[in-house]
Design a protein around this ligand. Structure first.
Ligand SMILES: Cc1ncc(COP(=O)(O)O)c(C=O)c1O
Length: 395
């Protein structure tokens, strides 16, 4: 059947499947670095593109290719490139659009290492990134210069859960011949499809919801442009070397089968936690796009089909109160990363987002006392009991 005839849940299990020679239900893991030739003639035919075959896993591997094809189907792309990590995907995609002297225009609130790479590493190679508030479309347009080659954003953002208008930004970018890259890690294609809204490339930390089990570090970049995917794979992934392991590709394929079920449950748990926090006297601020009073709520309803599983919030008091709350949790684990079956908590300013200058945090929509929870798949009552106990300890 054609992909267009199948629902998301079915595509996550079946897209691009092939009948195995032994009729195994699950795809084999081609755990090999290289592929053999019967003789030099066959090698010559392969290298001169007369014969289509796998050569070396950094350039292609059947298990990795299946993961790439399945991700493309889920994100409404034509193809994708898998990477060893989300950061390998992000840096390779950005570098594929800029050269010495060019500029990247990015939303002001980014994952810490994306900010770190663009603010500290890229300038060494003459690539400058300017950070603007992309909720303000006029400011975006005013900030574009002839040197701007790419707009880069996350939506919802990490950790302040801001919502940026992908369709409107893409229209602006098209008028100036600029590419739009969206980090879709928080929403996943289950809740948001940036390519359908006009973005050129979608990137993921597949480490998160795509894997869903906290046992893989991986990334992927998806596009509707086959020529671009070829250039990204052979000109960047292959040359910079951030190749995904075939074993990790297999784990990601396994994770994808339950993506829709997991995302529904993550969201239900997030909603339950938000409802509880909303009525708690110690809670000062909640950042969750599912809340009607969230500034991005209406836009989230328009461009997403769900609000996701991440909740950020602030307690009355200062960073010491946040530290005490985190210390008092028992079931919820203190850890970076997100999208796992286990509910995880972190304090971004002290952990994942340390790269941001402290005096600028408020511009990025969070503060030293912001707490981020990635809701897992546990029973919501147990999570709320843990939060309740931790808050009592703070009082
Ligand atoms: C939104 C977002 N993008 C990118 C990354 C980087 O991905 P990875 O850790 O797989 O390199 C992360 C990691 O937390 C993230 O949260």
């Amino acid at each position: 059947m054609e992909n267009k005839d199948l629902h998301f849940d079915t595509l996550a299990i079946h897209a691009a499947e092939k009948t195995d020679q032994n009729q195994a239900l699950n795809p084999p893991i081609y755990m090999t670095s290289t592929f053999t030739f019967t003789d030099l003639q066959q090698a010559d035919d392969t290298f001169s593109f007369k014969r289509k075959a796998f050569v070396y896993t950094r350039g292609g591997n059947p298990t990795i290719n299946l993961f790439e094809a399945r991700m493309a189907a889920l994100e409404s792309g034509v193809d994708s490139v898998a990477f060893a990590s989300g950061m390998a995907a992000i840096t390779s995609v950005l570098l594929s659009f800029v050269k010495n002297g060019d500029e990247i225009l990015a939303h002001r609130n980014l994952y810490g290492s994306t900010f770190g790479a663009t603010a500290h590493l890229f300038p060494n190679y003459g690539i400058i990134t300017r950070y603007v508030n992309m909720s303000d479309l006029k400011q975006v347009e005013k900030s574009i210069t002839p040197k701007t080659k790419v707009l880069y954003l996350e939506t919802p953002t990490n950790p302040s859960l801001e919502i940026i208008d992908i369709a409107e930004l893409s229209k602006i970018a098209r008028n100036y011949g600029i590419k739009v890259v969206v980090d879709n890690t928080f929403a996943t294609p289950y809740f948001q499809k940036p390519l359908e809204l006009g973005a050129d490339v979608v990137v993921h930390s597949a480490t998160k919801y795509i894997s869903g089990h906290g046992d893989v570090v991986a990334g992927v970049a998806i596009s509707k442009d086959q020529e671009y995917i070829h250039r990204l794979k052979f000109g960047y992934m292959c040359e910079l070397g951030g190749v995904l392991s075939p074993f990790n590709a297999w784990l990601l394929l396994r994770g994808l089968k339950t993506l829709s079920l997991r995302m529904k449950r993550h969201e239900e748990n997030a909603m339950a936690i938000v409802r509880y926090l909303k009525n708690h006297p110690l809670v000062e601020k909640i950042m969750y796009p599912g809340l009607e009073e969230h500034p991005g709520h209406e836009l989230a309803r328009k461009q997403m089909t769900g609000f996701g599983g991440i909740v950020s919030f602030e307690l009355k008091g200062d960073v010491e109160t946040a530290k005490a709350f985190v210390r008092n949790l028992k079931l919820i684990k203190l850890a970076v990363s997100l999208g796992d079956a286990e509910t995880l908590v972190e304090v971004p300013a002290l952990m994942t987002h340390r790269d941001y200058p402290e005096e600028k945090l408020h511009e990025f929509g969070f503060s030293r006392k912001t707490v981020r929870i990635s809701t897992g798949l546990e029973h919501p009552d147990d999570l709320i009991e843990d939060i309740e106990r931790a808050l009592k300890g703070v009082e």
